[in-house]
Design a binder for this molecule. Structure first.
Ligand code: PRX
Length: 576
């Protein structure tokens, strides 16, 4: 039995949770009451003002960021320092002629300049689009093209990938290089030099709640990734979930392990902690069990938001590692992005006395929608209950709510919450297709028990969830069939004990090519080089032909069923 957080919270010295009574808060919920806790000057809202400037005015010396580099270097920025740096960057952008609504891309590791850049862009009224730095050139090009990006901000390590695609990106007017070592940036704009010459003060663009702020790309079953566009008013949702789900308190040191290339790394690695005025740890490097616990100990992290794959990797590394560290600063721990197995919830409790609180949301929802809360007992394996202010339902194929407990259906949400995406960039039709019968359709299958807890069942499409990152099979197939040997490609998610799923490809070859081990390695290399290691298939199998429908569509479901030895289901549309 998992100890409920309410009991843990009663321990001496523990701060009482912000959400003391779930049902009462739900009954009395008002988004306007949340808005009243923010500044929103004259009804305007700019995320940078709510996250940075308003704290800089009240508590200029409060720490906003504790940054630790991969090499162990530590840097700290106060809210006032962040205010000035983001002003400078806004001035740099205006000087370049970047105007309101222009798409500014960021392709960088988690360095302080990435955070300065995103908020500086928001101050200038631009739309910030951060990309995962492990992407290969192809996913980067595809996303910049889709959104007609005008500026790419990157680092010397990643520059070659941009140079390789620049000629194919007519919209891209500038490439700016952040060189922390202050080397030469060649023909490109030099971030350090431009920032040196920029003024500390800047007017924040007078954006309203419905003005664009951020774009994240997300994958579907068909077609290339879509740009889910978000608005400045989303900060109301980030602030509310930071307060009630992350349970942020003024003295917390908060750490979110996600990268801003994915929505968790912006909503919860930028907006939620800073709109709550809380200090956050940012670690440039990747996973390392010993390293992560060392970071929690060294920086006295109190609230920690991570992901199931990471938790499973920590579990694999063993309970001895956390025992070697003083983790007494930790107060509250959460997980998101994939189903969190009950073992993962319980492991946290055993390893350092705190169960992981699972929560659920999507790029499109912009903020946490379903969660386990500090004052509500956890049912291990459940995603928890809807955020107060959010109406969720399990719906049937006719978009009618199913009341019966534990009956599976599609998870749906009543539209209208502040952080909801407002479009798929240049794809209104697809955006509209996500709303039916008065619901926003999540595309996830789930159940709800008699007490209102939601249980994740699976996705309703072919999108692959690998280590919490969504990968669209089409994007991978497109790159595979560019190889001269490949006739057709079908890509599936293959279950994996740690990463939930890995990307697996099946290919058939053109005449004259033999399915050799050497060719397999060459294809893996081709895909890794073009797509990057997080997206490329980890396994490739050769098949004489791929199963297709009579209309010529590759049947990924059948490939998956055969791979897993499961029943093939309805094959009536299979070509002869
Ligand atoms: O399938 C669900 C899964 O991740 C999807 C959203 O991924 P993305 O748009 O990249 O957003 C990331 C922000 C969380 C969902 O449709 N997912 C997310 N959280 C959970 C989850 N599956 C099970 N349990 C969760 N807690």
């Amino acid at each position: 039995m998992v100890m409920s957080y309410p009991e843990i919270a009663k321990a001496p010295g523990r701060v009482p949770p912000n959400l003391a009574d779930y049902e009462a808060l739900r009954r009395g919920w008002s988004w306007d009451a949340v808005r009243a806790e923010l500044e929103l000057p004259g009804g305007l809202v700019n995320q940078a003002n709510e996250c940075i400037d308003r704290h800089a005015r009240r508590a200029p010396d409060r720490l906003a960021m504790i940054w630790e580099g991969s090499d162990g270097r530590v840097e700290r920025l106060t809210f006032e320092e962040l205010r000035r740096l983001t002003n400078r960057f806004a001035n740099v952008l205006r000087e370049l002629g970047i105007a309101r609504g222009d798409r500014v891309f960021f392709f960088a590791d988690r360095i302080p300049e990435l955070y300065v850049g995103v908020f500086g862009a928001l101050k200038a009224g631009a739309i910030a689009a951060p990309l995962f730095s492990a992407f290969g050139p192809e996913p980067v090009a595809e996303r910049v093209r889709r959104a007609d990006g005008v500026l790419m901000v990157t680092t010397p390590r990643l520059l070659a990938k941009i140079e390789a695609i620049r000629a194919d990106l007519p919209s891209l007017q500038h490439v700016m290089v952040i060189d922390r070592e202050r080397g030469a940036t060649g023909a490109h704009l030099d971030y350090m030099r431009l920032m040196d010459g920029a003024a500390d003060e800047a007017a924040i663009e007078p954006t309203g709640a419905e003005d664009w702020s951020l774009m994240h790309f997300t994958s579907g079953t068909t077609g290339l990734p879509k740009g889910a566009a978000h608005v400045h008013g989303a900060v109301v949702g980030h602030y509310a979930t930071g307060k009630y789900v992350l349970d942020l308190h003024p003295d917390d040191v908060y750490w979110c392990t996600a990268d801003p290339g994915w929505v968790t790394g912006t909503s919860y690695g930028m907006f939620a902690p800073w709109s709550n005025g809380v200090t956050q740890l940012i670690y440039e490097g990747g996973f390392g069990a010993g390293k992560w616990f060392e970071l929690i100990e060294r920086h006295r992290v109190s609230v920690w938001y991570t992901a199931p794959t990471a938790i499973r990797m920590l579990m694999k590394a063993g309970a001895r590692i956390p025992q070697q560290h003083d983790l007494s600063s930790l107060r509250y721990t959460m997980s998101v992005g994939e189903p969190l197995n009950p073992e993962g919830v319980v492991w946290g409790q055993e390893a350092f006395g705190l169960p992981f609180h699972d929560n659920w949301w999507q790029t499109e929802t912009g903020a946490i929608m379903i969660a386990n809360y500090p004052s509500v007992p956890i049912r291990p394996g459940s995603m928890g209950k809807p955020l107060p202010g959010i109406e969720a339902a399990i719906i049937d194929d006719e978009f009618r709510a199913i009341d019966e407990p534990m009956r599976e259906g599609q998870l749906a949400l009543r539209p209208g919450w502040p952080s909801m995406f407002r479009t798929y960039w240049k794809d209104e039709e697809r955006y509209a297709s996500r709303f039916k019968g008065g619901w926003y359709l999540t595309g996830d299958r789930a159940k709800r028990d008699a007490d209102g807890y939601y249980w994740f069942v699976g996705r309703d499409d072919d999108v692959i969830n690998t280590a919490g990152h969504l990968v669209g099979p089409f994007e991978v197939e497109s790159v595979l069939i560019e190889h001269p040997a490949v006739a057709e490609a079908g890509v599936i998610g293959k279950p994996d004990a740690v990463a939930m799923e890995i990307v697996k490809a099946f290919v058939s070859l053109k005449d004259g090519f033999a399915p050799t081990e050497e060719l397999r390695r060459e294809l893996v290399g081709h895909a890794r080089q073009r797509l990057g290691p997080g997206v490329a298939p980890r396994e490739i199998d050769f098949l004489p032909t791929l199963p297709k429908t009579r209309s010529g569509k590759i049947m990924r479901r059948l490939l998956k069923a055969r791979e897993l030895g499961l029943p093939e289901g309805d094959t009536s549309t299979l070509e002869d």
